[in-house]
Design a protein around this ligand. Structure first.
Ligand SMILES: [Zn+2]
Length: 130
């Protein structure tokens, strides 16, 4: 995350019609406060770190892609581990295990994001190297 430097990252609220928990744009990070209110601490930390990963890697200038989503997942895992929140990544992986158990190995949030199993394996691999 060193490319973020010391500049502040503005955080905005989503409109109520948004269906994702958070997203990054060139303006900053947008949070769906209604969805966040129902999340556990590890989920809030993970989603914010994931969006910071998109910002740090300049993804907001490009169309979303599977590769960029996985890259943001790796960045999130490394950022959280470097700041003492390895537990949040571990709990997020457990959460993904539960989702895969419920919905199967091919389940995904949408066509842009990886399957939950791909995301889980990506994060487990990132943790092994962190
Ligand atoms: Zn993303």
């Amino acid at each position: 995350m060193s490319s973020l430097g010391a500049r502040d990252i503005p955080v905005y609220r989503f409109s109520k019609s948004e269906t994702s928990p958070a997203r990054a744009s060139i303006d900053g990070i947008w949070i769906n406060e209604e969805m966040f209110a129902g999340y556990a601490e590890f989920q809030k930390l993970y989603y914010l770190a994931h969006e910071l990963g998109h910002l740090a890697r300049g993804h907001c200038r490009y169309s979303p892609s599977l590769a960029r989503e996985l890259e943001a997942d790796v960045a999130a895992a490394h950022l959280l581990c470097s700041k003492g929140y390895r537990w949040a990544v571990e709990q997020y992986i457990q959460h993904l295990d539960n989702v895969v158990s419920c919905y199967g190995p091919h389940a995904r949030a949408d066509e842009i994001h990886p399957t939950f199993l791909q995301q889980r394996d990506c994060l487990a691999q990132a943790l092994a190297g962190a």
